[in-house]
Ligand binder design. Structure first.
Ligand code: 4NP
Length: 157
């Protein structure tokens, strides 16, 4: 099963989400991330994301930012968006119902009752924001990873 994490720049939130989700899933899952803008294309994740992930034993330093493409909506099975603005942008790339059905807000898919239903953009604030985002993502990815493994085992039997 192929999973794509999406935020705006693909340097702060979705690289963390990619690293965390990969750490929770077995090797038959493929996890990637992308941004809705190409401003940071080719760049390493933000130093604050790299540092926060490393604190919890996850190395995201080898990732490189890339913009999402229409082809991603064919290729991936599940596309998780960090906030509503990302969600709207990705939905606007969808060409049919099947593609639309793959796209969700990460927090909704995790069925977690966070006030806003979004993973807030930590880019403009300090390292504390990255720490909070890390824990929010960790909790959400834990729930989604469980669900995805159940879903996969049901389709294989
Ligand atoms: P991200 O954070 O979407 O979590 O990667 C941001 C990265 C860059 C910008 C905004 C948010 N920016 O405006 O460049």
């Amino acid at each position: 099963m192929k999973i794509l994490m999406v935020c705006l720049g693909n340097i702060c939130r979705s690289p963390l989400a990619e690293g965390i989700m990969r750490s929770k899933l077995p090797g038959n899952f493929f996890v990637d991330s992308a941004g809705t803008i190409d401003m940071h294309k080719g760049n390493q994740p933000d130093k604050r994301s790299v540092k926060t992930a490393l604190k919890y034993g996850i190395d995201i330093s080898k990732q490189a930012s890339r913009p999402i493409t229409k082809e991603d909506l064919n290729y991936f099975d599940k596309i998780y968006c960090m906030d509503l603005s990302n969600f709207k942008n990705v939905i606007s790339l969808a060409q049919n119902e099947e593609q639309r059905g793959k796209i969700s807000l990460l927090m909704e898919a995790a069925e977690l009752n966070h006030a806003s239903g979004e993973v807030p953009d930590p880019y403009w604030n300090g390292i504390d924001g990255f720490e909070k985002v890390y824990h929010q993502l960790d909790e959400a990815c834990e729930k989604i990873a469980e669900k995805l493994q159940q879903e996969l085992s049901q389709t294989q039997h």
